[in-house]
Design a binder for this molecule. Structure first.
Ligand SMILES: Cc1cc2nc3c(=O)[nH]c(=O)nc-3n(C[C@H](O)[C@H](O)[C@H](O)COP(=O)(O)O)c2cc1C
Length: 257
């Protein structure tokens, strides 16, 4: 197991306490460096978690995290998006139906387009690198379609995480509202990490919105955005040890004078 993973997913209780007990530091007062350290640990320690321990998260944590995530800014404070916690028979029904439609190979109309069509080559390279990092960690060769299918199906089972969330948005919302919702979801991921929990967004769920819509009994005017798996990361799982690359700042930051 990599040293980095144990650092990234270790509960950061002491660091947190420093930040929460001294909010004046976050406001820019005398303790700013403590808040900065906590923030850097969260931002740089987060990574997608795709295998979880069979250990529930403590009562009340999800509600706390949702409140914290909603502190995210949003245009005109619209706070778009809803989240569903999917449990028990509903979760089993959703997962097994999603796996089935995936295996059947049927294409469904998505509620929104996630990726550019066609994908420009520079972006395609990043996509391939991320996939190779995952499948490489799992020891799945490029042409091992069975191993890739098994891993892909795990998306539909929320990676067997103790917490399975479905994220939706009112279909009338514009693209800007997806930006708002994304900030809220990032807040949720960091709120989780601050408690020693891992998470992974699951865009794959939006490939079959009709299944999600049926199980959750969603109205026609509601779009399925993604899923989110959350729980204690399995520190020994190779797929949790992946470090994905990021663009150099010089590639996406320009100064106009
Ligand atoms: C909105 C969204 C949807 C995603 N959907 C999936 C998914 O369906 N399956 C998956 O394994 N990872 C999914 N991911 C995780 C990305 O692959 C991952 O964030 C990216 O490769 C960067 O890696 P990192 O999160 O470990 O930093 C998703 C991430 C986001 C933000």
């Amino acid at each position: 197991m990599s040293q980095r993973l144990s650092e990234a997913h270790a509960p950061m209780e002491s660091a947190n306490a420093a930040a929460w007990d001294q909010p004046q530091g976050i406001e820019g007062g005398g303790n700013a460096p403590a808040a900065t350290t906590v923030w850097q640990a969260l931002a740089q320690g987060r990574r997608s978690t795709r295998r979880f321990l069979d250990k529930p998260i403590p009562d009340g944590w999800l509600e706390e995290m949702l409140v914290e995530a909603r502190c995210a800014p949003s245009g005109a404070n619209l706070q778009p998006g809803e989240l569903f916690l999917v449990e028990g028979a509903a979760r089993e029904r959703m997962s097994s139906r999603l796996v089935q439609v995936y295996r059947d190979g049927a294409l469904a109309k998505e509620d929104y387009g996630y990726f550019p069509q066609p994908m420009p080559m520079t972006l395609r390279r990043r996509q391939v690198a991320a996939a190779q990092a995952l499948y490489g960690a799992l020891g799945a060769a490029r042409d091992d379609q069975d191993a890739r299918r098994v891993q892909f199906e795990r998306n539909f089972r929320f990676f067997d995480a103790p917490v399975a969330l479905v994220v939706t948005i009112d279909s009338r919302m514009g693209s800007g509202c997806f930006m708002d919702l994304g900030m809220c979801l990032y807040g949720l991921m960091l709120a989780a990490l601050a408690r020693g929990l891992g998470s992974c967004a699951i865009g794959a769920l939006a490939s079959y919105p009709h299944v999600v819509r049926e199980v959750l009994d969603l109205e026609a005017g509601v779009s399925v955005v993604c899923g989110l798996a959350m729980g204690y990361a399995d520190p020994l799982a190779p797929e949790n040890c992946i470090r994905t690359a990021r663009r150099d700042v010089s590639e996406y930051f320009k100064i106009a004078r």
